[in-house]
Design a protein around this ligand. Structure first.
Ligand SMILES: Nc1ncnc2c1ncn2[C@@H]1O[C@H](COP(=O)(O)OP(=O)(O)OP(=O)(O)O)[C@@H](O)[C@H]1O
Ligand SMILES: [Mg+2]
Length: 306
C-alpha cells in the first residue's frame, strides 16, 4: 500500500520559448497522476505486484486525479477532503530544452481529514506487508504525521518505507524500516554538506543509530546509491542512461526496492531492482514507470561494485 498525502495532477506541455509578459501558446497538455506514493504504486503495478494507493482528493481536480490513477491501472482508496487537489505544471522550452516546473502547496487538510487519512491507511493496509509513504505534507498537516503513521503501522505489524524530506523527516523519531533520502535531502537533515562518501556514510549511520530507521538507502543521483544498515554498507554503481525525464527517478527507485523486499530479495538485490526501475524511468518520456521488460534487463546489469 502506498500513501500520498499531497498528490497532484502533473500537467506537462511545451512552448517555443519561455519569456515574461507575453502569452505563451503551449502544446496540448499531458495529464498524469502525480505525487510520491502514487508514482511508487505505478512502478509496483508495472512490476506485476499487487498494490493499493491511498490519497486524499478534493474538488474537480481530485475527481480527475482519482480517474487518472485508475486509468494508470492502480487500485485507489481515496479520502474525500474539502480543499481542491493541487496541480503541478512542467513546461519545456523547446528552444533550449530546459524544463520549468511550477509546484503549488496543496490544499490545507483539517485535523479530522488527517485522522480520516490514517483510518483509511488502517483499512487499506489490511493484508499488506509494506506501506510506502512518500512525498511532502500539505499545509495544515501535523509535522509529526509520519511519526504517527510509523506508530500505527508498528502496532499493525506492517513495515514502513519512507521517502520524505525537510521538517516531516526531522520529526520522525523511530519505527521506520527503510528511508530513502537523496544526498541533498540527507545533507539538509544533517545540517551540513556531505561532500564525500565518509560524510555520507556517517550521516546515514547517525539516522540508524538514533533509531529512526533500520535501513537507509541513500540515492546519489548520477553517482548511484548506498545502502546502509547497522551491519554494514554497500555501494551501487549507477547504470548509464540517456535521461529523457528526470521526474520521478527516486519514486521509481522506491517502487523497485519495495517490490524487491516484497519478493523477499536480499537488500542488495532489492536496491538493484530499485536502481533498474529508476534508470528505466529516467529513459522514459513523461512521469510514468519504465517498461517491465526494460527494468528486468537493467536489473541484471545493476550488479554491486565490491
Ligand atoms: N543522471 C543519472 N544517471 C544514471 N542514474 C541516475 C541519474 N540520476 C538518477 N539516477 C538513478 O536514480 C536513483 C535516484 O535518483 P536521485 O538520487 O536523483 O533521487 P531523487 O529522489 O530523484 O532525487 P531528489 O528527490 O533529490 O530530486 C539514483 O540512485 C540512480 O540510481
Ligand atoms: Mg526523491
Amino acid at each position: 500500500m502506498t500513501l500520498t498525502m499531497n498528490p497532484a495532477i502533473d500537467i506537462a506541455s511545451s512552448t517555443g520559448q519561455v519569456r515574461p509578459t507575453d502569452k505563451m501558446r503551449c502544446a496540448a497538455p499531458r495529464f498524469d497522476p502525480g505525487g510520491g506514493g502514487i508514482n511508487v504504486a505505478r512502478t509496483v503495478a508495472a512490476l506485476g505486484e499487487p498494490v493499493r494507493a491511498v490519497f486524499p482528493v478534493g474538488g474537480p481536480s481530485g475527481a480527475l486525479l482519482a480517474e487518472l490513477v485508475r486509468d494508470a491501472g492502480v487500485p485507489a482508496r481515496t479520502v474525500e477532503v474539502a480543499g481542491a487537489t493541487r496541480e503541478s505544471l512542467a513546461i519545456t522550452d523547446t528552444s533550449c530544452g530546459a524544463q520549468y516546473r511550477f509546484v503549488f502547496p496543496g490544499p490545507r487538510l483539517t485535523a479530522p481529514e488527517q485522522h480520516r487519512c490514517l483510518a483509511a491507511v488502517e483499512r487499506a493496509a489490511q493484508g499488506a506487508r509494506f506501506v510506502v509513504a512518500s512525498g511532502s505534507l500539505p499545509p495544515g498537516v501535523a509535522v509529526d504525521f509520519y511519526q504517527q503513521l510509523a506508530e500505527l503501522l508498528t502496532d499493525l505489524g506492517i513495515r514502513l518505507i519512507l521517502d520524505t524530506s525537510g521538517a516531516p523527516l526531522r520529526a520522525v523519531r523511530g519505527g521506520v524500516h527503510l528511508v530513502k533520502p537523496s544526498v541533498r535531502e540527507l545533507a539538509e537533515y544533517a545540517g551540513h554538506p556531505l561532500p564525500d562518501r565518509a560524510a555520507q556514510l556517517a550521516a546515514a549511520r547517525a539516522l540508524i543509530a538514533a533509531g529512526v530507521s533500520e535501513i537507509v538507502v541513500l540515492s546519489l543521483g548520477a553517482e548511484g546509491a548506498l545502502a546502509i544498515t547497522a551491519a554494514g554498507a554497500e555501494y551501487f554503481a549507477p547504470i548509464p542512461v540517456t535521461v529523457r525525464s528526470g521526474i520521478g527517478a527516486g519514486d521509481a527507485m522506491v517502487g523497485g526496492i519495495s517490490v524487491g523486499l516484497l519478493r523477499d530479495y536480499a537488500l542488495s538485490d532489492a536496491v538493484r531492482l530499485g536502481i533498474a526501475a529508476a534508470t528505466a524511468a529516467l529513459g522514459t518520456q513523461g512521469t510514468g514507470p519504465g517498461h517491465p521488460a526494460r527494468i528486468a534487463e537493467l536489473f541484471s546489469a545493476a550488479a554491486p561494485v565490491r
